[in-house]
Unconditional design. Structure first.
Length: 265
């Protein structure tokens, strides 16, 4: 069975040790399973039989956007890597940058409301969402709580639904099964909406019965596999999903078919 991991991270080699140290020290319970580099991710993919990984960079400052996107364009030379770009809510030339991403074959971006300090349904972001929707780019949002030192109220299910209602054609992926550690509200508010969930960072936190019930209620056609490596082990994440009670056909959708369709592979 082919596997696409829709939610992975790595850092430039010179920054990886510092980034790993900072995040593990400021996010209680967070541990790294690779060294945080591209080579570390590639080794993990080989060990876990992951065929393709979507890599997600986060621009913590507006000044980081263009450098991250240039790196993402360069990463397309690796057959096993699908690099996403980055935007920041305070980056002024977002329309031009979205055009740059599209022209260079980038398929989506990542936004992290906690690290970037914005509410997902802030109407000042609507012009950016409109442009992203029109460009047919996939947008992966961190949703729900976060183990870091944040307020954890920037992307709760009600706000995710408001964005989807206002931009129904925006290809939204709500990471961490729609909202990390707020899965009761995800089930009540987001299930059956035409929003994709990824499975990243749920093993060891989410009860498998709850996971299976949300999968059935939301529909396995709109769920994609993600690990959140290096913070979660890819092989363990695969095994956790495989042991969740889903059928072989449902697993095939989550591990590969849904992602390949979303990414137009």
């Amino acid at each position: 069975m082919k596997i696409i991991d829709f939610h992975t991270h790595f850092f430039p080699y010179e920054l990886a040790p510092k980034a790993i140290k900072h995040i593990t020290e400021t996010s209680p319970g967070t541990h790294n399973h690779t060294d945080g580099t591209l080579k570390g991710l590639q080794r993990s993919m080989q060990e876990s039989s992951v065929d393709l990984s979507v890599t997600l960079g986060v621009a913590t400052k507006p000044s980081h956007v263009q450098s991250i996107n240039k790196q993402s364009v360069a990463l397309q030379r690796y057959d096993s890597i699908i690099p996403f770009g980055a935007l920041h809510p305070q980056f002024e030339n977002f329309a031009q940058e979205i055009d740059y991403l599209v022209e260079n074959g980038i398929k989506g971006i990542k936004l992290h409301p906690e690290f970037q300090y914005f509410h997902i349904d802030d109407r000042s972001l609507y012009p950016m969402y409109e442009q992203l929707s029109g460009a047919d780019l996939v947008v992966v949002f961190h949703t729900g709580k976060d183990p870091g030192p944040f307020t954890c109220d920037h992307a709760l299910p009600e706000a995710v639904k408001r964005v989807h209602t206002d931009f129904p054609k925006l290809k939204m992926v709500a990471a961490h099964m729609g909202g990390w550690k707020v899965w009761d509200r995800v089930e009540e508010v987001l299930c059956a909406e035409e929003i994709w969930f990824d499975t990243s960072a749920v093993n060891n936190y989410m009860d498998k019965d709850d996971f299976l019930r949300i999968c059935k209620k939301h529909g396995t056609d709109r769920i994609v596999f993600g690990s959140d490596t290096p913070w979660y082990d890819q092989a363990q994440s695969v095994k956790w999903i495989e042991s969740s009670g889903l059928s072989d056909s449902e697993l095939e959708k989550i591990f590969y078919k849904n992602s390949s369709g979303l990414l137009c592979i």
